[in-house]
Design a protein around this ligand. Structure first.
Ligand SMILES: [Mg+2]
Length: 333
């Protein structure tokens, strides 16, 4: 383990925003269509076809990640009650972009006065809405795996209480924690760390994470087809083109994309968006992990500087939040 640099904190946060904003205009499209938008990897954003958003608009994944990041910076600790309170204005003020059903139901319960401990949407709802936002917890608690897993599970419970959602949120925060604090990535110890933290929440999900080295050694398209169906009952087909918002294939394909080319941000994010489906989320998660490992210099500057949330909370604001989090952890530097 090495002390994370400030550039890796910034790379994680802006890496997520860039992956999210690249995927947003083609969310839900099949692989054949999403692949053309990242081949070659673009140096500018295309606007969403609905015409309502500026190019570079990111979505709920990064909006909710930003709420967690802001809470950590302002509270100086993981405070699920404060994080839950920061989710509410995104809905109340109509700011949330591409909202998920389970998350919306949970936030409506928060708005009705229900505690964060009781607000989460229960099983069998098992979308990726909590895994997509936990990257800042991996930055904050990279050197305390026990506290990290507890924090990621608690922050998941605000909206998603299915054990698979808890395991997915823990897995992504663990992947960020490992990526930001290591100078080399070998699949075996990386997966051991991620699966080890996820296992107490859902052993079956952890076993699928441990299968990743074998998927990495097999034919790529066959591996992705298996990942698309991972965690579904035998015979059930995914109900989305590409990667669905079900948390198990989402987490697996993002870890796969990162491990396929750990040292190359554009290749990892381009690959995962080219698989189609819920690509704002898969782009966001892969971008966060790869950005944490490779640092902000690996994220194309023309894209990083163009991310936006309706002309607010762009490059400068996200960079400042990431730097403040790093400075909180390194008060003497
Ligand atoms: Mg989204």
């Amino acid at each position: 383990m090495v002390p994370p640099s400030i550039d890796r904190f910034v790379g994680c946060i802006l890496g997520q925003a860039v992956g999210d904003a690249l995927g947003f205009p083609v969310e839900g499209w099949p692989a054949e269509q999403t692949a053309t938008t990242v081949t070659p990897f673009p140096d500018h954003f295309t606007p969403h076809p609905c015409g309502l958003f500026p190019p570079g608009q990111y979505t709920d994944d990064t909006q909710m990640m930003r709420a967690i990041l802001t809470s950590l910076v302002e509270r100086g600790r993981v405070d699920p009650e404060d994080i839950a309170a920061r989710f509410v204005p995104l809905w109340r003020d109509g700011e949330i972009v591409g909202r998920g059903g389970a998350t919306t139901a949970a936030v409506l319960r928060l708005m009705a006065g229900i505690s964060w401990r009781e607000s989460g949407t229960p099983a069998p709802q098992a979308g990726n809405g909590s895994a997509m936002r936990t990257a800042p917890l991996g930055l904050w608690l990279y050197d305390d795996p026990t506290a990290l897993a507890q924090a990621a599970a608690d922050v998941s419970r605000i909206t998603h209480t299915d054990p698979r959602c808890l395991a997915g949120a823990v897995a992504i925060s663990a992947a960020v924690a490992y990526a930001v604090s290591h100078n080399t990535i070998d699949a075996s110890p990386f997966i051991g760390f991620v699966a080890g933290l996820a296992r107490p929440y859902h052993a079956g999900f952890a076993a699928l994470i441990e299968h990743l080295p074998r998927w990495l050694e097999t034919d790529e398209s066959a591996a992705v087809q298996e990942i698309r169906r991972a965690g579904l009952p035998p015979g059930q087909r995914p109900d989305w083109p590409g990667i669905s918002p079900f948390v198990i294939p989402t987490v697996l394909v993002c870890l796969y994309a990162f491990l396929r080319t750990p040292a190359n941000y554009c290749e990892a994010v381009g690959f995962v968006i080219a698989q189609g489906g819920d690509v704002d989320t898969t782009g966001a998660i892969t971008g966060a992990i790869s950005g944490a490992f490779n640092g902000i210099e690996a994220v194309p500057e023309s894209l990083a500087r163009a991310v936006t949330d309706r002309c607010r909370y762009g490059y400068d604001e996200l960079r400042a939040l990431a730097e403040r989090l790093w400075q909180l952890e390194h008060p003497s530097q």
